[in-house]
Each structure stands twice: as C-alpha cells, then as structure tokens.
Design a protein around this ligand. Structure first.
Ligand SMILES: *Cc1c(COP(=O)(O)O)cnc(C)c1O
Ligand SMILES: [Zn+2]
Length: 429
C-alpha cells in the first residue's frame, strides 16, 4: 500500500512507525476504555496495562456548524472530528455518508409513534453503513503503510473493504463464514480476488483474523488491529442525524447490535456534539436491537447482569450474528445510562419488519433493518418506548443482499394469461 506523501514533517513513534505530522487530524493518542491509560497513535487495539480496548482521544479545536455545512456531502464534512488528515478528500475512497434522513409518517402511523424518522444507510456505496467505518480504517492503514487491507466479516464489511481497496488500488483479503448469503459473497468477490470462505461462524473467522494479524507483518485488519480508527467512522451516523434534524439531538434512537461498536459510537458522537456546543445538551435514549437467535446483549440486559454470555448464532440476521460481541458490555452501559433498552425479536418478526418498512416507506432493508424495525414495534407494544418522543430508527443495510430471507414471503399475487378476461377473473383489485 503506497503511503501518502509527507504533509511537512514526520514523527517516528517508539514502536518505529513513521507518521506524518497531522496524519490523524485532531486525534492525540489512544486511550484505554477500561483503565484510561494512554498510548501513542499506531496500529494498536489493546491496552499495554490491562489489555482493555483502545479508542481515539482528541484535542478538538473550536468547530462551527458553518464549517461543517461548507464541507462535502459525505462523511469528510466531519473530518475535524475524525482521526484523518486535513487532506483526506484527496485520497481515493468511496466517499460514503450523508445518507437520507426520511420522515416516516406511514410507519409511524402504523406503529403509533408520533414523530419517526428512518436514517437510511442502505444507500451508501456498497449498500450498508460499513462504508463509513471502512473509509476511516483505510485512511489509517495508508498512514501506517500497511501492505494488505483485510477483515473478518459477517458480509457487509467484506463488501465495503473489497470495494474501498479496489478504488484505492491496494491489495485486499476478506474472510467470511462459508455459510454466508450468495449475494454478499458475490458483492465481495466482484471487487477482490481474495475472498476467503472459512468453515465456521463469525467468531471462528474473527479468531483466525487475530492470529493472522499477530503472525503477518503489514496487515491492516480493519476491525481488529486498526479497530480504534475503524470504530470512529460510526460517529458520523450520529453527527448526520443531529445535523439533518436541524442541529439537535433526537429523543430516542433504535440501533442494531452485532459487535455493538456502532451503537457505542452514536452515543459518543452525541456526547461530542454537546461538548463542542454544536447541539443543545438534552437527555436522549439509546435502544439496541438484536435477533433472538443471537441476542447475548439483549439477554444480559433483561437479566439485569453485567456479564455477557457468548452464544452460538442461529438467525437469518447474519450481519448481526456475532455470538461474542466485543462492545457488548458498553452497549449495556449506554442502554442503562440513557434509559433505553436492548430487545430481541424472532426470525419471523424480522421478516415482518422487512415487509412492514417496505410497504410503509418504500425502503427495502436487509435482515438487520428488519430486526431494528421489529424491535421498534416490540418496544412500542411492550411500553418500553415513549411514542410521543422524536424517534430515529437506523436502517443499516440493503434488502437486495438478503433476498433469500423473504423470497418465500413475497412474489406474484397471480400468474395469468395475457388477456383482459384472465386479469378480470383473477380478481386482484
Ligand atoms: C455490521 C452491521 C451492523 C452492526 O454493527 P456493529 O457495529 O458490529 O454492532 C448492523 N447492521 C448491518 C447491516 C451490519 O452490516
Ligand atoms: Zn487499560
């Protein structure tokens, strides 16, 4: 992978990585989410003291709404709040983000929610929110001079890594569970020569990726060794929701949970906007959505316990099928702190959710979105969500990638001869 030319000066870290000054914008270091120990920026993901997960620390300058609004209609309008260089727009990437925030009157009426919006991330370059996180990870990998851009994936991440690598002209290797939906396999293989199907579930694939990252030099696994950089990309979902609501926070957000990274970063984004004075400080509730066939966080939430017991996934929501979610405990914290919840739904309810969103709003979501819509419905029905408050539900992926999940449920209402008599006899309307 070709490294970017120096901005002006370079700094060598103690680990020997040479970094351009300003390579990570306003980011100042990596900080442990457990013990708060800091270390210098680099391709690291675990605390040297306690092995806890690392995240990015910043020293933000004053940032104004006008500066952001003057930026491009993609995630780089928020570059001052991300670990990317000021010249990020000149690097080839897929330019994800600034997706539609649609008022969902019909779905709201159907569910009895007064003010409802759908944040539709299915319109990103590879049709899921993963293009956001991958764009940030790619920037970091380029700065680190990585040779290979890689990931273990439940599908959408592999699509996004393979496409971003193709556009940036760098080698990609993506690993998936071998039982993945055909459209998701094709959506990766079209961009990369190195799609590797692993006999096992996502947690097995993830373990293999960690081993390879430990053995091989110069591999940037987006969600393993560059995970702190990757994760920051999800903040842009929260920034956009606030900006598109007219620079204010919603009262409630419903977010699907796989590893839990996205949910934790939407919360982080709201906190940052408040601290920077870009929105008014006010309470908000964050809800997590899982499938019953892989609901370890929902189970812990309902049991009122802190420990998450890993499960063996068995659900049609394959993009959410992470049995041992890395950010699960932080999701629990956020749901409890904000007064939200983590709920789970059955595969049949997920299918119903897909059809409901399509028939009410003209949005075709994948199984993850079906899960989120179905959880919203369940939260309303069980009285866990206040229907008078402004609510945003996030659609993270596109239904064309999970056709099999609903191909039995929808299809022609009749097959008729090409005559008016046959049409009339079929009594369709
Ligand atoms: C990966 C993914 C998620 C969840 O992401 P996490 O950050 O791992 O919780 C949600 N929806 C879709 C469509 C995904 O691909
Ligand atoms: Zn630590």
């Amino acid at each position: 992978m070709r490294r970017r030319p120096p901005l002006s000066n370079v700094t060598e870290t103690s680990a020997g990585t040479v970094l351009r000054d300003g390579a990570f914008g306003n980011a100042t270091g990596l900080i442990c989410r457990e013990c708060g120990t800091t270390q210098e920026l680099g391709p690291h993901y675990a605390c040297l003291e306690c092995f806890g997960p690392l995240e990015i620390a910043y020293d933000f300058p004053a940032v104004t709404r006008e500066q952001i609004e003057a930026g491009p209609a993609n995630i780089w309008r928020y570059k001052a709040l991300l670990p990317v260089p000021d010249d990020i727009e000149s690097s080839p990437n897929t330019e994800p983000g600034f997706t539609r925030l649609l008022e969902a009157h019909n779905l709201g009426r159907e569910l009895g929610v007064d003010k409802l919006w759908v944040k539709d991330d299915s319109t990103n370059p590879t049709n899921s929110f993963k293009d956001r996180v991958v764009a940030c990870a790619l920037s970091a990998a380029v700065e680190f001079g990585s040779k290979v851009f890689a990931c273990p994936s439940t599908g959408n991440l592999a699509n996004a890594v393979a496409a971003a690598g193709a556009r940036a002209g760098i080698k990609t290797v993506v690993f998936i569970p071998s039982n993945l939906e055909t459209p998701k396999q094709v959506n990766s293989a079209i961009f990369t020569e190195s799609l590797v199907a692993v006999e096992g579930n996502y947690d097995d694939v993830n373990k293999l990726a960690s081993e390879i990252a430990g053995e091989e030099d110069g591999w940037a696994f987006v969600n393993v060794n560059v995970r702190p950089f990757y994760a920051e990309g999800s903040k842009t979902l929260g920034y956009e929701i606030a900006e598109q609501l007219g620079w204010r926070l919603p009262d409630q957000v419903v977010i699907p949970v796989a590893s839990g990274s996205q949910l934790t970063k939407v919360d982080k984004s709201f906190q940052e906007l408040i601290k920077l004075g870009l929105v008014e400080d006010k309470p908000y509730k964050i809800y997590g959505a899982q499938a019953e066939g892989c609901g370890p966080v929902a189970t812990a939430f309902k049991a009122g316990v802190d420990a998450i017991r890993p499960v063996k996934p068995d659900t049609i929501a394959k993009s959410l099928a992470i049995g041992n979610p890395a950010d699960g405990i932080y999701v629990l914290d956020i749901a409890r702190r904000t007064g939200g919840a983590v709920e789970e739904v059955t595969d049949d309810q997920i299918r119903d959710g897909i059809v409901l969103l399509a028939r009410t709003e003209g949005i075709f979501t994948e199984t993850a979105g079906g899960t989120t819509v179905a959880v919203l419905k369940k939260l309303v029905e069980t009285g866990q969500l206040d229907t008078s408050l402004e609510t945003v539900v996030i659609n993270t992926g596109h239904g064309l990638k999970t056709l099999d999940a609903i191909s039995d449920r929808v299809g022609p209402v009749a097959t008729i001869a090409p005559t008016y008599d046959a049409f009339a006899a079929a009594d369709i309307v």
